[in-house]
Structures are given as C-alpha cells and as structure tokens.
Ligand binder design. Structure first.
Ligand SMILES: [Zn+2]
Length: 478
C-alpha cells in the first residue's frame, strides 16, 4: 500500500513536470513561430506621412489632438535603414530586393547582385519550399518595383515586359491588385503576358464577378482590379468610387484563398503613398495611407482569431518627398479636408476645360479651385493673398493660354512636365496646412517598423533592411 502510494505520488509529480514542460515549450513556440505572416510595405511611407495622417483624422480648427493609426498601437515600434549598395538614397527596386532576399544591390536592379552575375533567392521561393502559401499584392502595377522584388530577377526595374513574363515562374499562389504595365511589350508587338500566365496555370480574375467567385483553396490566382488607370495602377483612394475593389478587399480575398493549416506569407504594398509624395500631393497621400491602414485592419481581424500564430509587420521601402510637418510653427491639418480631388484627377478636369484658345476665365478657374481645394474660402481660414493669386495666374496663363499641355496620365517618374494649376493649388494648400516638401524624390531617412504578433520581439532593435527577411524566415522556422 505504501509502495503504491509513493508510486502514485511519483506519477503525480512526473505528470506535473510534463505539464510544466509543455507549457514552457508551448510558450516558447507561440513566442517565436509564426505561421501566418503579413508584410505590409507602405511605399514612400516615412514617419511623417503616418503622423500627418494621424493629425488629419478628426482634425478640428482650434483643437490639438492626434488620433493613432492601428500600426502605432502595435507593441513593437522600431526603425530600419534603407541605403542601397551604391547610394544612401535607395530606390524601390534595390530596397525591395533587400527586403525580399537579404542582399543589397544597386538602385534600379531587381533580385540580382550589383554586377548582375548572381540571382538572389527571394523569401517567396523560400516560403514556398517550406510549404507555406505565398501572396503578393499591390495597389500599383504587379510588375512595378516593389511587388516585382518579391519574385523577379531583372537588370532593370524598367524591364516591365520581362518582369511580367517572369511572374508565373515561381508557383506563387495569389497575385492581387494592379495589372501589367505593358502586357504586350512597350511597342505592343510581343506575346501577351496575361496569356503566358494563363498558359502556365494561372486563373486570371479581372472582373467583379470573377473576383467574387474566388474561394478557399483556389490555386495560382491572379486577381486584377477591373478599375485601374491605363498603366495598370489603382485609382486614387481620394477619388475612389463606391463599390470599387480596394487594397483591403484584395487582402481579405488573399486570406480567403490562401487560408490553410500550413500557413502563408503575404506581402501587401500600398504603392500610391509614394506616387502621391512624388507629386507632393499631401492630401492624396493621406488618403493612400488610410487605404493602406484599412488593409492592415483586415490582417488585424485575422490576427485576432489566430493571435498565437500570426505576425503583422508594417514598414516602408524608403521615405518619399523629404516630407515634413510644421512650417514655422504652422500646422493646420484640418485645412487638408478641403481638398476633394487628387492632383491627377484635377489635371484631367483642367484638360477637359481647355477648349479653344482660351478655355475658362481666370475668375471661373478660381471658383473651381475654391470648390476642389478650399482655396479662397476665407470662412475656413483659406483666403488667398496677392502673391498666391499671382502665382495661380501665372500657371493659368501657362496652361490655358500658352501651349503647355499637361498629361494627367504621365508617369510620376517623368521629369519633363511643367508645373500645372493642380500642383500649384496643392502646393498652396499644403503650405497653409503646414505640410512641406524637400523634394519630389526619395530621401535617405530610416523608415518606421511596427510589429504585432508571434515573433514580434525579433524586431525590437534598430536594424537594416537586409535583416528583415532573415528575421521573418527565423520566426517562420525557415
Ligand atoms: Zn518605393
């Protein structure tokens, strides 16, 4: 009896020890192992782009208040350096390559070494090999530098056609967002890249009906936004029409299609934050950050159901525009609400008004500017002084009476464009609101890193962008 009793006691102790062991092991695992990973890249999104958006939310005249975006409530908040192999000021291709492969390369190169002799393996391929599903999403063209960095290997990011032909080669499970830049090559005389993707097994869903039909377990999906600009990027969030498919919708669909027991890696790019900043269009930038934030919210809803196994990382490839908030102690984020249209769409509107030699009168133009940018509305603190009116008059003469056409669909990378009425109105409004721009190009500023979930502690210290994929691979157990 005594023996039996002590045996029972021993058994109980052993049982307690093994329980303790499993608790510790389980704890350790939930700390480090991420099965579902979301990597959000806000292209061009520096700390100030986020902060301007936070000041803009619920801004009221005479009230100092900052509402945080979800990412700034994440427990890990650090910074990342972005310099490329050949310059302190990176481009999207070299930065994307660093974040996807862990190697630095020269500006403009995608997934290759600076001497172009070595192709670097992407995190997408590594994740596929480890049994994860992989999704690549963007609000701009899917063959644009950032999304392309997660699959392609080309000497130049501008080789859009070659990139679009390379897209189907890696069995990526889900592409979502914008289309191909030049599906038949720059001259339109090459084999169709969409047909090539279809031939290699991809289902191309390019209508609302086909998008809605996509479901869990679908393989090799290329979900295209049916409503884009001619080059393949989304319309601006500020101009977005009811019912159009957003980056958040593509993220939601990605989760639906790829949800599986082995997990997934999803890269989601908010590509037009950068474009708005290249154009120094502060208000459109704010709306792009908000649309990006909506997509992060979708991931957060998923996280809430799988918090032990989900990791959300929000970062950027670089800052764009050397944007700053506050000009000589002036900061009036509430004034940004009066811009109702993107600079690009306003350019289009101006193009339509330019009929005959004269177009509209300058006074009529001032009325339009008042309606679309609030400028000239003294009731809300946006009166125009003589210098500002003179500046608008100059660009008006240029655009309507001179022979200086403004192409609303011009690539933001083109440099031959004249400053338009739209850009000038945005410049005046930004300045009155306290948004300043140092340039219309990238800067070398470190970028924010905000992290939540399994393995988050891996990201707490200041690091370089080449460390990012290594950290993700570590927490995914790859
Ligand atoms: Zn970029």
């Amino acid at each position: 009896m005594l023996i039996l009793n002590s045996l029972l006691k021993m058994k109980k102790t052993l049982f307690l020890i093994s329980i303790l062991f499993f608790v510790i092991a389980g704890f350790g695992q939930s700390e480090t192992k991420a099965k579902y990973v979301f990597l959000f890249i806000g292209d061009g999104m520096g700390v100030n782009q986020i902060y301007a958006t936070e000041m803009y939310l619920n801004a009221k005249a005479g009230e100092i208040k900052v509402d945080r975006l979800l990412m700034n409530n994440f427990p890990v908040s650090s910074n990342m350096t972005t310099y490329s192999a050949d310059t302190y000021v990176t481009g999207s291709a070299s930065s994307g390559t660093a974040m996807s492969t862990g190697f630095k390369t020269n500006n403009g190169i995608l997934g290759k070494s600076p001497d172009l002799k070595t192709d670097y393996e992407t995190i997408s391929v590594k994740a596929k090999r480890a049994g994860f599903k992989v999704g690549i999403l963007s609000s701009v063209m899917i063959d644009h530098a950032t999304p392309a960095s997660f699959y392609a290997h080309q000497a130049s990011r501008n080789m859009y056609y070659e990139i679009s032909m390379e897209l189907p080669n890696y069995n990526i499970d889900y592409f979502g967002g914008g289309g191909f830049h030049y599906p038949k090559g720059e001259n339109g005389d090459q084999p169709d890249a969409y047909e090539n993707a279809a031939k290699l097994g991809y289902t191309i869903a390019d209508s609302h009906a086909e998008f809605n039909k996509l479901k869990k377990g679908d393989k090799k999906v290329f979900a295209l936004n049916p409503e884009t600009y001619p080059l393949g990027e989304f319309h601006w969030a500020i101009d977005k029409k009811e019912g159009s498919i957003s980056l958040a919708d593509f993220t939601k669909k990605g989760i639906e299609v790829m949800d599986n027991d082995k997990g997934f890696f999803m890269m989601i790019e908010g590509g037009k934050i950068d474009w708005a900043c290249h154009g120094n269009d502060g208000v459109s930038m704010v709306h792009e950050v908000l649309a990006f934030n909506d997509a992060i919210n979708v991931a957060y809803e998923f996280y809430k159901k799988h918090s032990d196994e989900t990791l959300i990382i929000v970062t950027a490839d670089h800052e764009t525009g050397s944007m700053f908030t506050g000009i000589e102690y002036v900061m009036h984020p509430e004034l940004l609400k009066y811009q109702k249209i993107s600079v690009q769409e306003f350019k289009r509107k101006m193009g339509k008004l330019k009929v005959g030699d004269e177009g509209v009168s300058f006074n009529k133009l001032l009325d339009i500017i008042k309606a679309d940018f609030g400028l000239g509305n003294s009731d809300v603190g946006l009166s125009l002084d003589d210098n500002e009116i003179a500046l608008l008059k100059r660009v008006y003469e240029n655009q309507f009476k001179g022979n200086q056409d403004v192409n609303p669909d011009a690539d933001y990378l083109s440099t031959d464009e004249v400053k338009s009425i739209a850009e000038t109105a945005a410049y005046i409004l930004n300045k009155k609101a306290g948004i300043g721009w140092g340039s219309s190009d990238h800067s070398s500023m470190p970028v924010p890193v905000r992290v939540l979930g399994a393995g988050q502690n891996e990201f707490t210290e200041y690091f370089d962008n080449t460390e990012l994929p290594k950290k993700i691979q570590k927490v995914m157990g790859m």
